[in-house]
Unconditional design. Structure first.
Length: 171
């Protein structure tokens, strides 16, 4: 059974990270952590969510997380990961993923992207981190916001090697 960690940072798009966690199939052992700012953003987006941070297990390579998704990924969290800063559970766990060369997917939420963020993303991509912003594709013919989100979540699951049927694949 795969162990997958979903981290929600303090970027806009709280629901997308939470939906990714909820959409993980039952054959996946799943964990959810947040950065300290995530509950603040959740409240501003209309959600009542208390900080959810589990024990420090995912911050250790011996815990055995098989893949990690940070969605949404704030520029602050992305910069910390790129600089090797592990000052909270999500950034510590991300450092483990890089160190252990396990799949790490970052879904940055920023528009437009500035040169500093792009440089950090390039650095992380060279380290094997997947940079996968929540970008729509219209070939899946989404008819609702939920279908658009399912497409994005499905693409993240593809990168983590998780089987799903969240979107119609290109024929």
């Amino acid at each position: 059974m795969k162990k997958i960690l979903i981290a929600i940072s303090g970027a806009s798009g709280f629901e997308l990270g939470l939906r990714a966690y909820e959409k993980l199939p039952p054959n996946v052992e799943k964990y959810l952590v947040t950065t300290p700012n995530a509950p603040i953003v959740a409240q501003k987006e209309g959600y009542h969510f208390q900080g959810h941070e589990i024990w420090a297990g995912p911050a250790s390579g011996s815990f055995g997380i098989d893949g990690m998704l940070v969605a949404p990924c704030s520029m602050n969290t992305l910069a910390k990961i790129a600089a090797g800063i592990g000052d909270n559970l999500p950034t510590r766990a991300a450092r483990v993923m890089v160190k252990e060369r396990r799949p790490l997917v970052l879904a940055p939420r920023e528009l437009p992207l500035d040169p500093i963020a792009l440089e950090a993303m390039l650095k992380l991509a060279h380290l094997g981190v997947f940079i996968a912003p929540p970008i729509l594709a219209y070939y899946s013919a989404p008819k609702s916001l939920e279908e658009m989100e399912d497409f994005i979540i499905g693409k993240w699951f593809d990168l983590l090697g998780i089987e799903h049927d969240l979107y119609r694949r290109w024929q």
